[in-house]
Write a protein that binds this ligand. Structure first.
Ligand code: URA
Length: 209
């Protein structure tokens, strides 16, 4: 844990990191994405974390490592958590879609946004994580996460940025995906997107009772 990051209190038996149902998840064939992925990437974090962060899907590095948010977007997220005063190991981090969707571009594997049918096919896994962890607050990192969490393929982020909503008895805080900070068109947009993420994380902390 880095200095300056506040710990969210969790009891001793809650503090064990868990990787959710990885064996079964890795055997998932509910959509076709498993065919081109290295492995399914389950969520990581304390079993009963108060906050769950939900991203889109594993990226190239996450697919190889089997862990969420270990690549460039993870570095942005890590910095935002530090700036918000959240220790990464006190929250549960997962993705709406558990297999990496990509297309070849030269020697690289280029991220492809999951289709709604893939988000829906993967939703049960997220539901299982929500059931096990029972977070008070879910932070949706981007549009795919929001669609999965709200189970609404038409959900859009813009009206929900800065406005937490209640869904199924939990708070849902919506922020930009950390990779947007990396690919925003200019510095001002990058700064603004980053600020939204940090502010959303702070908001998530304030919503914990
Ligand atoms: N982007 C995501 O949405 N999730 C990851 O795990 C990595 C990058």
């Amino acid at each position: 844990q880095r200095s300056g990051a506040a710990m969210i209190p969790i009891s001793a038996e809650r503090a064990q990191p868990v990787r959710e149902a990885s064996t079964t998840l890795d055997q998932c064939r509910r959509c076709e994405l498993w065919k081109s992925a290295t492995q399914a990437v389950p969520g990581v974090g304390p079993q009963q974390a108060s906050i769950m962060l939900v991203g889109e899907q594993p990226g190239d590095q996450e697919d190889l490592a089997g862990l969420p948010f270990v690549g460039p977007a993870g570095a942005v997220l890590e910095r935002a958590m530090q700036d918000a005063g959240i220790a990464r190991d006190s929250i549960y981090v997962t993705n709406a879609v558990k297999h990496f969707k990509w297309e070849p571009r030269g020697k690289r594997r280029l991220h492809k946004t999951p289709a709604q049918r893939e988000i829906a096919a993967c939703h049960d896994w997220l539901e299982q994580e929500l059931h096990n962890v029972k977070p008070q607050v879910i932070v949706a990192l981007g549009s795919t996460a929001l669609k999965s969490i709200l189970q609404d393929g038409a959900a859009t982020m813009t009206p929900l940025i800065g406005t937490p909503v209640q869904h199924d008895g939990r708070w849902v805080v919506t922020v930009y995906h950390p990779s947007y900070v990396l690919r925003a068109p200019d510095e001002e947009n990058k700064r603004q997107a980053y600020r939204v993420i940090v502010e959303g994380l702070r908001q998530a902390l304030r919503l914990i009772v």
